[in-house]
Design a protein around this ligand. Structure first.
Ligand code: ZN
Length: 239
């Protein structure tokens, strides 16, 4: 079975539509949270995810926008955007975001927004050192995360943890893997294209995909909406 895994949409409707078109043939869709925050279309993005995704877990911006997690640690731009987002969500969508779990485990796979140790603390897994700590809490062969907006794959074989360079990995049961599927709506690895990954449960292959979209259109919507303009500019450079 092919499963599409997407994360960190952040109210970017253009990027979400482009990535869903690319994932047209997957049999299931998993969303790792941060559907809202930063972008100009939180409500339409929540509506699409509710309709299309089979599994959804909560991100810090999803809960930040509805007051379910603290936004004290947000930088000033993220803080301004989350207040704007809070004003642009329907009651229905707020209830939906509040209902999302922090983690979903299924067979060989764990899905979470940030980390496995304490999901509600929203830790980042940025390098092999972070990954090594988090592998101690991963109870399945593979764990899928988002949150950093930087796609990447970490592997643990025996006691050794390393970063895998490349966008495809064939997972084996003797090892464990942490896969960051990157960000649909606000990539930060220097590549502005929307990111996601595809898991083939038959072959245990994971592939990170990139899809170009009309980031300039999203930038214009951000400016017109009154959100901080820097949130539009960064989309054009993937930072
Ligand atoms: Zn995010």
């Amino acid at each position: 079975m092919k499963i599409g895994v997407i994360s960190d949409i952040h109210g970017n409707l253009e990027a979400l539509k482009a990535i869903l078109m690319e994932l047209d043939d997957v049999e299931r869709l998993v969303c790792l949270g941060d559907i809202v925050g930063y972008g100009p279309d939180p409500e339409p993005c929540v509506e699409i995810i509710r309709e299309k995704a089979d599994i959804v877990v909560a991100g810090n911006h999803d809960w930040g926008a509805i007051g379910k997690t603290s936004i004290d640690g947000f930088n000033p731009v993220a803080y301004a955007a989350i207040l704007w987002t809070s004003d642009h969500l329907s009651e229905d969508s707020r209830n939906y975001l509040a209902s999302l779990p922090l983690e979903h485990r299924e067979g060989k796979y764990t899905f979470v927004h940030s980390s496995f140790s304490v999901p509600e603390k929203w830790f980042y897994i940025l390098g092999p050192g972070d990954a090594e700590k988090e592998f101690l809490y991963l109870k399945t062969m593979a764990g899928f995360v988002g949150h950093s907006h930087v796609p990447g794959i970490f592997m643990k074989s025996g006691a050794r943890v390393k970063t895998l360079f490349g966008s495809i990995v064939e997972m084996d049961d003797g090892s464990q893997f942490i896969i960051n599927c990157g960000s649909v709506g606000q990539p930060r690895d220097g590549n502005p294209d929307a990111t996601a990954c595809i898991l083939d449960t038959g072959s245990n292959e994971v592939r990170i995909i990139r899809v170009p979209y009309d980031a300039e259109k999203t930038r214009r919507k951000i400016v017109a909406s009154g959100l901080p303009e820097v949130l539009g500019d960064r989309l054009l450079i993937g930072r």
